[in-house]
Design a protein around this ligand. Structure first.
Ligand SMILES: Nc1ncnc2c1ncn2[C@@H]1O[C@H](COP(=O)(O)OP(=O)(O)OP(=O)(O)O)[C@@H](O)[C@H]1O
Ligand SMILES: [Mg+2]
Length: 448
């Protein structure tokens, strides 16, 4: 778990110090306050994930602090601590909503356990709250509870509140735009605009004026002033879709804007400060795009402050049934999918990911005419048990797609190396010239 922020409230400097050291060792950030009043002040500027408070202090006591927090509607978890452990004060603190009650002198291990448990619980609660709120806000378009998607939701939750620039990567149809919109809606910028611009769909020579706008007479055809997407997104989010398709000179200009937060409309020399959060997406591998001269490396570093990588559908097949069902429901179709057809859906590699799934399900629903989608309603290539193979020097592959072929080759090499080393993992890793860690990861993925 990543470090969280803990506020220690105690009038004794020595006790503050002991707890501070312990919490820092656990990887948390620590702030200290000498009594309840100071604690409330500190919370105003920087919220905490957990409070550990002494019960008796000069000025506002621990129970008073707890009471005030709850009255303010702040449900931050609080552990109460005291040297004068009496049943009555324990009961009072728990009634007021303390999470735990620790009597001094305390057992370090027990306190550590309590802290870890409480933080994990509250994190889970926050995640659920977050997802529920988002559902209520109507971006409950997200379907799927598989582990890789949970990670995506978690990342959205983490990154949404700030202004961090986000790069969303993932194959076509994996939901990159959905994630970009979700980040905006879950951010404090939600009341301003989410402005998408698709760098692949707009001709290169128009893209610049679309982004920055222009003043009348800036170029032939500029018959009046025009606001650009940057200005439009001021206070909100600018979604640069297919970033790698932006011409290189414009990428250089974009980088400057991101560093200086100022823009000028084309043909004008008046600078305007702008406050825009950038979310970018690409279905290319950014490293490859840099090598291919499609993406400036410096821009990549500026944009990729936080990366959300969307898993392809074939790596989260657990979500297929739910995605299919939700798409059918969205179309108002009271259709089921037969077990045999579901097997086909699971076997298929889904190069077009969720978008392809939606199209195939929609088509099948039309073809089925009844209330059950059967195998016959699916496209032939999904049913074909023996797809065409491609033969290369390294073996036969079921398609020209590079990734599955690389995986197949990788599996073969790993199996061969394991055989050669008599299943010795360190020797195998050395033989393959990869770290043991990487080997473990691959073995796990292959189920070996
Ligand atoms: N997790 C999901 N739950 C529900 N629907 C999803 C999910 N992911 C994607 N979709 C749907 O799949 C379709 C494609 O998603 P989206 O346009 O966001 O993909 P993309 O990654 O931007 O694709 P491309 O790279 O082709 O632009 C949309 O209709 C979207 O609503
Ligand atoms: Mg897209």
């Amino acid at each position: 778990m990543t470090g969280q922020r803990v506020l220690v409230v105690d009038d004794e400097a020595k006790m503050q110090r002991i707890l501070e050291i312990m919490l820092q060792r656990m990887g948390h950030e620590v702030a200290c306050a000498g009594n309840g009043t100071e604690a409330l002040q500190s919370l105003q500027s920087t919220p905490a994930d957990l409070i550990i408070s002494d019960l008796r202090m000069p000025g506002m006591s621990g129970t008073e602090l707890l009471k005030t927090l709850r009255e303010q509607g702040n449900d931050v978890p609080v552990i109460i601590m005291t040297a004068y452990g009496t049943i009555e004060s324990a009961v009072e603190a728990m009634k007021l909503g303390a999470c735990d009650y620790i009597v001094r002198p305390f057992d370090v291990e027990a306190l550590e356990l309590s802290i870890t448990r409480i933080l994990a619980e509250s994190r889970m609660r926050r995640q659920n709250d977050f997802l529920r709120q988002e559902l209520e806000k109507g971006w409950g378009e997200f379907v799927g509870n598989s582990a890789p998607m949970q990670k995506v939701y978690e990342h959205i939750r983490q990154v949404a509140p700030g202004k961090t620039t986000v790069l969303i990567t993932g194959e076509t149809g994996t939901g990159k735009e959905l994630v970009a919109r979700a980040i905006h809606r879950a951010s404090p910028r939600q009341s301003a605009l989410f402005v998408p611009i698709n760098c692949a769909a707009i001709p290169a020579d128009i893209l610049e004026s679309e982004l920055f706008g222009y003043v009348k007479g800036a170029f032939t055809g500029a018959i009046k002033d025009r606001v650009g997407k940057f200005e439009l997104a001021d206070g909100g989010t600018l979604f640069l879709d297919e970033l790698t398709e932006m011409p290189m000179p414009l990428q250089a200009k974009l980088l400057r804007v991101l560093q200086e937060n100022v823009i000028e409309r084309l043909g004008s020399n008046r600078s305007m400060p702008i406050d825009v959060r950038i979310v970018a997406a690409t279905n290319r591998n950014p490293r490859q795009a840099i090598n291919d001269g499609r993406l400036r490396e410096d821009l990549y570093y500026r944009v990729n402050v936080f990366n959300i990588d969307l898993p392809p559908l074939r790596e989260r097949k657990d979500d297929i049934a739910a995605l299919a069902a939700s798409h059918l429901a969205g179309q108002n179709r009271a259709c089921r999918i037969s077990a045999e057809a579901m097997v086909c859906l699971h076997k298929y590699a889904w190069p077009g990911n969720v978008r392809e799934l939606q199209n195939i399900i929609e088509r099948a629903a039309v073809l089925s005419r009844g209330d059950i989608i059967e195998i016959k309603d699916l496209p032939q290539e999904m049913i074909d048990p023996q797809p065409a193979t491609v033969t290369t020097e390294t073996g036969a592959y079921t398609s020209m797609e590079l990734n599955p072929a690389i995986e197949q080759l990788e599996e073969r090499m790993i199996r061969a190396a394991l055989e050669q080393t008599g299943n010795n993992k360190s020797k195998t890793a050395r033989l393959l010239d990869i770290s043991e860690r990487a080997l473990w990861y691959k073995l796990k993925k292959l189920g070996l």
